[in-house]
Every structure is written in C-alpha cells, then in structure tokens.
Design a protein around this ligand. Structure first.
Ligand code: ATP
Ligand code: MG
Length: 571
C-alpha cells in the first residue's frame, strides 16, 4: 500500500505557499535560474536517477525503447548544441510536427535547454492549420519527417519567411542549406551542454488551444510553469519513486506536453509513450505489460472502453494500477462509476485549460470522490464562482453557487499572452481574476461541478441551461450512447433546447424512441430544461482531442458559416 502524498486536503490547502515549493528545484541554487529541462532531465541525470528509465517508447510494432535520464540528458544536450550552432537565439520558436517518437521529446527538451520556445503541432494537421500555427508563432525551425515535409510543409515555405531550418528525422544527408538531416547534425554535436541562466519568466512553451469554441489561440507559457507541473504531479497524479506513468494524450495538445513530457520527468518517474492511436486491446495490454501505476487519459477514451464491454480487471492483470485520471471534457458520474468498477481503483476527474498550463481543480486520492464533479482547487489555486456584468465582477460567496468559473491571478503556470492577440488576452482578466470562459457550480462541500462553456449556455424561457446537465441526464437513458445539446433560437422562448443523440447499437431510430427519451428527460429535468427536439445522428462532431464541437452542430442547424475546422476529427 502506497500512502498518498496529499493526506489532508484542507490542511494542505490552508497552509500552502508557492514559495515553499521552490525548495524542490535545484536550478536556482546551482546558479542556473529556473529551467524546465534542467529540472526535468539534468538534475536527475546528475543525481541519483541516471540509469532510471525516463521514457519508455512503445513503437507501432510494439517494440520497446528505453531512454534513461542520462541518455535523455545527452540527446537533449546534443539538440541544444545544434540550435546553438545554427544561431537560433533565445526566445525563437522551435516547432515539431511528428507522431509520438523520441525525436519529438528530444526537440522539446533540447529547445527548452537552449531557451528557445517550443511549440508542438499535432501530426495529423493538414497544410493550412500547420501554416496558420507556424506563421502565428513565427517559427524559426521545424522538426518533422520526410513524408510530412513533402506532403504538408514544402508548399508552405514561400509563405513562411521566418522559417530558417527544417530538420527531417529520417534522411541521412542534408537536402539543402535549409532542409537538414536531424541525425547527421545530432551526431556532429557535442553531448554536453551548459544551460544558460534562465529567468523563471523566460518564455518556454507555446500551445494552441483546442479550437472548441472558435479559432485556436496561441497561449504562451514561461519556465516558472514547472512549479505547477511538479506540484500537480505530486499532489494529483500522486507520483512516487519508481512509478510507471502513462499519459495517453498527444503532445500536440497541452496535456501531452505538461503531463506527457514535463510533469513525470520533473518528478523523476518513468513515463510510457505509445506511438499508436487508441485501440482498446492494445491499451489494456500496455497497462498490464508495462505495469502502469498511474494512468492519465480522457473521457472520450473511457467512453470507448466502456462500449467494448470488456472487463479489464478480469481479463488483464492490472494489479499495479493505483489511479486513473481524466481530463479534457466532463466525465459523467456513470462513467466514473463504471471505470472505478472496471479498474478497481479511484478514477479522478480534473479540470484545467491550455491557458492554465496545468491541473487547477481536481479530485484527490485521499479525498472522497464525488462522481461527476471536477473536485476542489489545487492547493495554491483560488477558484471562485462569479457573476460578470460587462467589466464588473462579483464573487458569489453563498455556500452553494453557480456562475462563471474564475481563478485568482498570479499562479506560476498562468499563460502570459495570447500570441498577437493582446486585446483578447486583456479581456480574460477583470481585476485580480482570470475569467476561464467556463461556468461551474460549487456545492456545499466545496466541490466544483462543470456546467458548460459560457458560449454554449442556453437561455430558454428565462432559465439558463447548461448543456452538460442535460447531456448527463440523457446519457442515463438506456438507449443513449452519446448526446450533445444546443440552444436553437425560437421566438417564444428565446432558445429551445435541442439534443443530438447517438443511439446504442441495435436501438431503432424512430419516433417511439424519440418520445421515450424526451419523456425520460422531462421526468429527470423538468419540462423547461428537457430537450424539445431530438435529432438522431451516427456520430457527434468532435475535436481530435475528443471534445464535442457544439458550435458546429449549432452552425449547421442554423445554416451559418462553420468557422475554423482545423481541429475537427475526420469522419
Ligand atoms: P478553445 O479555447 O480553442 O475553444 P478548448 O477550450 O477546448 O478550445 P482546451 O484548453 O484544450 O481548449 O480545453 C480546456 C477546456 O476543456 C476547459 O475550459 C473546459 O471547457 C474543458 N474541460 C477540461 N477539463 C474538463 C473537465 N474535467 N470537465 C469539464 N470540462 C473540462
Ligand atoms: Mg478554451
């Protein structure tokens, strides 16, 4: 039995002081300032973890490749030297466009060592989304492979004046003065690199948001974000010495960088990286074979596992598993309950955003889980529910409250800019508070519950209806596999609640089923909140990270322009 790092939430929360956490980092005392890559790699390589596996890659063909902390130090130092040699200056942006292969991780950490800003791109993006992101971040250098280069990047080069170098990870010789061989330059470079002094406020990471509510924004983070990466690893993911951790997210989304790269390394554990996309059997096998202790995934994956009707606890040896965590979308109570039963361990939903750089609200191992709730604020984070009226903000102090979810400014991993969108950035803040754009409810016990995105909220007959509440209720109906709810303008009520429903296999799409679901929802939610209209669909439009694109359902329903679809999952 491993005791949780966080034993008493309330006590820790009350006594918390970010400055005390600084004791963990050894860069400052070594005169290096605070550099994410130093804390993630070099300190462990030079300390007692040199031979410990930092990252274990499971390649597409299931072959495993272990990279120890010492090896990772050597490889990332080589890459930092390559950047140096090419004259990439502090603050320039280095991008990757790769699947989950070692070169991506080397690029990320090597760039941080050289004080370049690292920006990962999701490898399935087509040329236009790639162009938009490279140009917005004024990319100086891109690391990719020959196939992506030829198919997606080559034709963009004339429109990218800042892009000086492109590395291909699978060619032996340079193709030109601009298009270079990653391996050749890595081999030539020295394997030792002294990280220059890094200010905690030096820019480190650029992440584009998921584009669920509109055009993706470029959120800029600084090296000090490592405080949150470290602390959440300790208190939420509950990392212990020798743990094996698997985060299934791709580094193209912030979860795959903050938790797929940085947090586990900073905490000195072993991280699993699977190159392949979701496959229920393969995933269960990895959990078993790699003896995963802590597993961080997303609601969309849990739902897909649920639908397979496999019984993981019976069919696989998951005796090493201690914790399952989920982020990205609301995890409905029924899903939490299924997963706790299926895995036999606590299943902890948590909430955060690209902008917050790390977990902000969470369920904890030592705290009673309220299924369907996002949990309570991380120690060091003040979260509140507020009413917002124009430029005015009023915190709702009642024990039970619902409104805009806001966070007190000033925590280390708060984004420092939306790239080239200063006005939009400014609009996110009122006084001391950051407006997250989400709505939440706080219950009597202090747990936060997701209500919906402020943009998705439905105003019907004087009621404010959160889509999550309606969707959760619809999903309790035995015929419903998935549901998404929008507000459809209707003169008499303002907006009418309309639901798009994916039925479970074998259920008939007919008016009887429709009436049955509407009747069920009316009983659960009352007639004012229950959907008045239901449309059956085969699948819901989602981002590639699994978030339902309600704005697209609405645009299609109303015949309006569909907006940015760069992150839409292909059908
Ligand atoms: P965009 O900002 O471009 O519209 P996005 O908000 O989906 O996209 P992300 O930063 O990836 O981009 O996602 C953060 C959002 O995801 C949160 O603001 C919230 O709406 C949702 N989210 C994340 N975790 C949870 C959770 N545990 N429960 C409910 N919603 C969540
Ligand atoms: Mg957002």
């Amino acid at each position: 039995m491993v005791n949780p790092n966080l034993t008493d939430y309330s006590k820790t929360y009350k006594a918390f002081d970010w400055e005390k956490e600084s004791q963990y980092f050894n860069g400052p005392s070594a005169g290096l300032g605070l550099n994410i890559a130093h804390e993630a790699v070099d300190r462990h390589a030079n300390g007692g973890l040199g031979d410990t596996t930092a990252i274990r890659f499971v390649r597409k063909d299931q072959k495993r490749e272990n990279i120890s902390y010492v090896k990772l130090q050597e490889l990332t130092s080589r890459f930092a030297n390559v950047l140096d040699r090419l004259g990439i200056a502090k603050g320039e942006t280095v991008y990757s466009l790769l699947g989950r292969v070692p070169e991506l991780y080397i690029t990320a950490l090597g760039s941080l060592k050289r004080l370049a800003v690292f920006c990962p791109l999701f490898s399935v993006f087509g040329p236009e989304p790639i162009f938009q992101r490279l140009s917005k971040g004024e990319a100086s250098l891109l690391v990719t492979n020959k196939l992506f280069y030829e198919k997606k990047v080559e034709k963009l080069i004339d429109r990218l004046p800042h892009l000086r170098y492109i590395f291909l990870i699978d060619v032996e010789e340079d193709l030109s003065k601009k298009v270079l061989s990653f391996d050749r330059w890595m081999k030539k470079a020295s394997s030792s690199f002294s990280i220059p002094f890094t200010s905690p406020e030096d820019p480190a990471l650029l992440h584009f948001t998921s584009g669920t509510t509109g055009m993706p924004k470029g959120a800029l983070h600084v090296h000090k974000a490592v405080y949150t990466h470290y602390l959440t690893g300790k208190l939420v993911l509950d990392f212990h010495k020798n743990d094996v951790f698997w985060c299934t997210a791709d580094p193209g989304w912030v979860t795959g960088t903050s938790y797929g790269i940085i947090s586990p390394l900073v905490n000195g554990v072993t991280s699993i990286v699977d190159e392949q996309e979701f496959d229920a059997m393969r995933w269960y096998q990895i959990l078993e074979k790699e003896k995963v202790n802590i597993w961080y995934t997303a609601p969309t994956a849990i739902r897909r596992l649920m639908r397979t009707e496999m019984d993981p606890k019976k069919e696989f040896d998951l005796s090493k598993l201690r914790l399952v965590l989920s982020v990205g979308e609301p995890l409905h109570a029924a899903e939490v309950i299924w997963a706790q039963q299926a895995f036999g361990v606590p299943v902890l939903d948590n909430w955060w955003q690209t902008e917050t750089g790390g977990i902000m609200i969470a369920n904890y191992r030592s705290m009673e889980v309220a299924p369907g709730s996002m949990g309570k604020p991380l120690p060091g984070i003040e979260a509140a529910v507020a009413e917002i009226d124009g430029d005015g903000i009023e915190l709702i102090t009642d024990t039970e409250a619902q409104g805009h979810l806001v966070l007190k400014k000033g925590f280390p991993s708060m984004f420092r800019a939306y790239l080239h969108e200063q006005e939009r950035y400014n609009k996110c803040f009122i006084g001391d508070w950051y407006i997250t754009g989400d709505l939440a409810r706080r219950d009597r016990k202090g747990y936060f519950w997701f209500v919906g995105r402020a943009d998705d909220i439905i105003k019907t007959s004087g009621h404010m209806v959160g889509p999550f509440e309606v969707e959760s209720s619809l999903m309790k109906h035995p015929s419903v596999a998935e549901a998404a709810v929008i507000g459809k303008p209707e003169a008499s009520v303002g907006e009418m609640v309309k639901a798009f429903v994916v039925l479970k296999e074998g259920v008939k799409e007919n008016s009887e089923t429709k009436l049955d679901i509407i009747g069920f929802a009316r009983k659960e939610l009352g007639p004012a909140v229950a959907p008045k209209e239901i449309a059956f669909v085969q699948r819901l439009p989602k981002t590639r990270s699994g978030k339902i694109l309600r704005r697209l359902l609405k645009a299609r329903e109303l015949g309006l322009p569909e907006g940015d679809l760069s992150t839409l999952e292909p059908s």
